[in-house]
Design a protein around this ligand. Structure first.
Ligand code: HEM
Length: 200
């Protein structure tokens, strides 16, 4: 990433409403990206970031309502995988905080065929959604939607290509809505706000 870009000095939780939800369908997501000047390819490439971190039960394929709304049918999901997620991570018996329970993005490491660590970065995501083992509901249809399915297979088969393009697309993303003049700050360390850094 090029250095020197201005970042906000604080986190504004209200802006989170602008983020696409895990219950969006592929057609709507494509339009959302296009509105920001991003292509279908950009969208598929960036989605590979869903090979790290975690989701909450409510944003995953174990949520029946999401599954019906987003995929139209459950056919594209690997049912054994869904059962495993329900049992291991999101048991319904745990009703009080069910929706908030965390689930790792790569819930079935064996499914990626690539183990863990840097080799699984990106590629594990694409391999898993092809097998119907995607965690976030809105991700799985990418493997079957007409304008995204071939891209998904291309990146599943070519980790080096995906990594190169992911870097380029992140740079493109970083050029959106940049702050100028006196707005925000240029961070001394890219992962922390300057004020937070002073307290460290
Ligand atoms: C199609 C657009 C996208 C949708 C619908 C989407 C949806 C989601 C959802 C539902 C979660 C789980 C949130 C939760 O349950 O707490 C999530 C997490 C995450 N997303 Fe996305 N996302 C999208 C694009 C992106 C992009 C462009 C990136 C980065 C390049 C990204 C990176 C991540 C990461 C790293 C996490 C894990 C966060 C954590 O561990 O706390 N996502 N996303």
């Amino acid at each position: 990433m090029p250095a020197g870009r201005r970042d906000s000095g604080f986190v504004d939780g209200n802006l989170a409403v602008n983020l696409p939800g895990g219950n969006s369908n592929t057609k709507d997501l494509i339009r959302l990206y296009a509105d920001r000047g991003l292509t279908v390819d950009d969208m598929v490439i960036l989605e590979g970031a869903h090979s790290v971190g975690e989701a909450k039960c409510v944003t995953t394929i174990v949520d029946d309502l999401n599954l019906a709304n987003v995929t139209g049918s459950a056919e594209i999901i690997d049912n054994n995988f869904r059962e495993m997620m329900l049992k291991k991570y999101c048991p319904k018996a745990n009703e009080s905080n069910w929706s908030e329970i965390p689930v790792p993005m790569i819930a079935d490491k064996s499914g990626s065929g690539l183990g863990s660590g840097s080799a699984a970065w990106g590629v594990s995501f694409f391999n898993n959604i092809i097998k119907g083992k995607g965690v976030i509901t809105s991700d799985v249809p990418f493997a079957v939607y007409p304008s995204t399915k071939d891209l998904v297979r291309q990146y599943a088969n070519d980790s080096a290509l995906w990594m190169k393009k992911f870097g380029e697309t992140m740079v493109k993303l970083g050029k959106m809505d940049v702050l100028t003049g006196e707005q925000g700050e240029i961070r001394r360390h890219c992962s922390v706000q300057n004020a937070a850094n002073m307290h460290a």
